[in-house]
Design a binder for this molecule. Sequence first.
Ligand code: ASP
Length: 299
Amino acid sequence: MVHGGADTSSAPQFCEVLREASLAGHRALVAGLLDAAEEAVKILEGSPLFNAGYGSVLNRDGEVEMDASIMEGTTGKFGAVAAIRSVSHPVSVARLVLEETPHVLLAGRGATEFARTRGFPPVDSRSSRMVEAWQRARDRAKQGLSPETSLFTGLPPDSSSPCDTVGCVVFHAGRVAAASSTGGSFMKAPGRVGDTPIPGAGIYASSSCAAACTGLGEAFIETLTAKYVDSLVELGIHPQEAAEKAIIRLAEKRGGAVGGIIVVDSRGRFGAAHNSRSFPVALVADGKLDESFIPRKIN
Ligand code: ASP
């Protein structure tokens, strides 16, 4: 299952890319769980429609700084990058952190330099609509006005095509994995890191389940929401119920914080819930797109 982020539009062009990503992930499953998770997220990072990779929101200085992570349930292995700049696929760099370093998280200049040593060329991740959104927000700030945009999407709340963080959970033969990638929150302070590269906060995978989250990163970090979902599933609670409980708890603990979660457990049961306006997902089960599944909206 892949998600396109809290508040992301469910318009056909977004759902089309999500479906493409879930199918690409499924095809990559023959190589392994991490391949599936990485491939799905790479498709979404490559699209200007989502707040990840190309299409990321801009920070206060008009720069893109991205967070990404990947985690395998059975081994508990985790890799992440935070505040990385100028790479096309942060999730792939996160995977190399997992596989080729003794570390779990590389941040800032070190993360970008690590990517260069692994052959990732410098790229400009600023899409034209994000540059325009940033310019509008900066002009409003000069007049002492707030940005009038969604924190997650960088676009006006009534925009017909908002976009956000992406994530993926994968199940195969009793094992699970998760991956996630984001440009973070719009107009964030340079150096700000959200929940996406923090295990237990915005992502988690164990022998019980895999979870990927989107929404107000600070709230997900302080409530360790992904780990909370994992604890519920470990107790035998269905992933759908776990996702719903986690969203309710997040909003209760953090003054109405907004977000979405996708979960799959090691029995292949899945769930998704959100309290954002929208939360598009795509699901491939048994090799086929399942278009009947809709994440539960918690009011
Ligand atoms: N959780 C991400 C962050 O705070 C943003 C999002 O998912 O909307 O960086």
